[in-house]
Design a protein around this ligand. Structure first.
Ligand code: GLY
Ligand code: MN
Ligand code: MN
Length: 441
């Protein structure tokens, strides 16, 4: 799809946001909405900024992700306004005014003086302001990030527009390019650091543009769920490579994990069996399904994988019931994805934000909602050899159900996770990640 076609999807996207905003504003007693893009914090005792991360509410309305201090003003019945910050600053290059075809759907107004911004909403009645407190001077506290309004907007956000889905396909494709380049670095014997550098180059994004900190882990490091280092030297032996890395397109994220074995053997078989189970779980992303059931299904399937590979001595169902699967699979099977990698609203049962409880014993599941067309989720089963969890199981009744010799054999490989981004449709699920890998192959 060309950029022009993507821009054609922007108008109906904006109309959907307008409809949702109008309903939420009316329900919460507001007349208008002002969204501040935010600004990067300054480092302590320094004059350097941290990387800028735009307010997700702002980038939902307009694809401006790299210019701080912009403001969106929306009042029902009027064209949305974007106050586009262009300071008179000779130390930095002011951002250029946006130019895409989408800009005709909003009024873009260049501004260099934030102090004058409020003239654009002074006469709009009771205005809800969404953004960091630091930019809410003069805003009445009850109008600043009103919880009821945020809840309503967050709930609606789970269902993506066609424009958002297309942005996410593109984010997946960028991620697939990065994954391909990083794998080549691993195969050449490059370090974690080198794999990360090749990843960024492969998807043409800088580190601060990543939707989350990439996890680039070799060998035992793959057992650390959010491993954050990048070893500069390759280890003496390369056994396994787990890479969890995404990309963004117009502010929408992909979140992709692949695991590779360097040598044949039990770990390579574990990766293959996990991949097969992962695909079966992706097929469960269908409208009308409770995501909590997908999570429990994952425990059963992964329990069977553990059994098949020789790690455990009981069926997946029994392993789930006895808490054995959680030793090796301690996180949720997935989460909402979109403007944020862990998108908001995952445990809301309705627009008022009533909680849909997690299954007992599964405190880390981030998504408990019913699936419906347009909802995009990750499906990310994993099996890891994590010292602290293994020690706990060794110390209780679960010890008898685990083959500790196989545990020792697999520990040097760390763990496996396979993660795809899947869109719920009215019919069969759309696996954005597998589709993207196929396109870049
Ligand atoms: N990359 C973070 C996650 O998979 O949830
Ligand atoms: Mn994820
Ligand atoms: Mn991930």
């Amino acid at each position: 799809m060309s950029d022009a076609s993507l821009d054609q999807l922007y108008k109906p996207h904006l109309q959907t946001l307008i409809r949702r905003a109008e309903r939420s504003l009316a329900a919460c007693g507001f007349d208008a909405l002002v969204i501040h893009a935010g600004a990067p914090p300054v480092q302590f005792l320094d004059d350097q900024d941290y990387p800028f991360k735009v307010n997700p509410h702002f980038k939902a309305w307009v694809p401006i992700v790299d210019n701080s201090r912009c403001i969106l003003v929306f009042s029902p019945g009027a064209k949305p306004k974007v106050l586009f910050y262009r300071p008179n600053d000779y130390w930095h290059k002011p951002a250029s005014l946006p130019e895409g075809a989408w800009t005709t759907e909003v009024d873009v107004i260049a501004t260099d003086d934030p102090a004058k911004a409020s003239q654009h909403w002074d006469k709009l009645g009771r205005v809800a302001f969404i953004g960091p407190d630091a930019f809410a001077a003069g805003i009445e506290p009850t109008c600043l990030n009103p919880p009821e309004l945020l809840t309503s907007l967050h709930y609606d956000r789970a269902v993506k527009t066609d424009y958002e889905l297309e942005c996410m396909r593109r984010a997946s494709e960028l991620g697939a390019l990065g994954h391909r380049a990083a794998l080549a670095a691993f195969r050449r014997g490059g370090s974690e650091y080198e794999a990360q550098m090749r990843y960024l180059e492969g998807c043409s994004q800088r580190e601060e543009e990543m939707p989350y900190n990439n996890i680039v882990a070799y060998n035992e490091n793959s057992a650390v769920l959010h491993y954050q280092h990048l070893d500069r030297k390759p280890p003496p032996a390369l056994r396994s490579f787990l890479i969890d890395a995404g990309a963004q397109y117009r502010g929408y994220a992909s979140d992709i994990t692949r695991t590779h074995a360097a040598v044949p053997g039990r770990f390579a078989e574990l990766v293959k069996a996990t991949d097969t189970a992962q695909l079966a779980l992706c097929a469960e992303i269908i409208s009308g399904r409770d995501f909590r059931d997908v999570h429990l299904s994952a425990h059963r399937m992964l329990g069977d994988v553990m059994h098949g590979i020789g790690l455990t001595r009981l069926s997946g169902q029994d392993a789930l019931e006895l808490g054995v699967t959680s030793v090796f699979f301690p996180h949720g099977i997935g989460h909402l994805l979109g403007l944020q990698v862990h998108d908001v609203g995952g445990v809301m049962g309705d627009v008022k934000g009533h909680e849909r409880k997690r299954p007992e014993g599964h405190p880390h599941l981030r998504l408990t909602r019913m699936l419906e067309p347009g909802v995009v989720v990750t499906v990310e089963p994993g099996i890891y050899l994590i010292e602290s969890l293994l020690a706990a199981a060794h110390g209780d009744a679960r010890r008898a159900h685990i083959d500790w010799a196989v545990v020792e054999e697999l520990k040097p490989f760390g763990g496996v996770r396979i993660e795809d981004n899947v869109a719920t449709t009215a019919t069969r699920p759309e696996n954005m990640t597998r589709d993207a890998f196929a396109r870049v192959a």
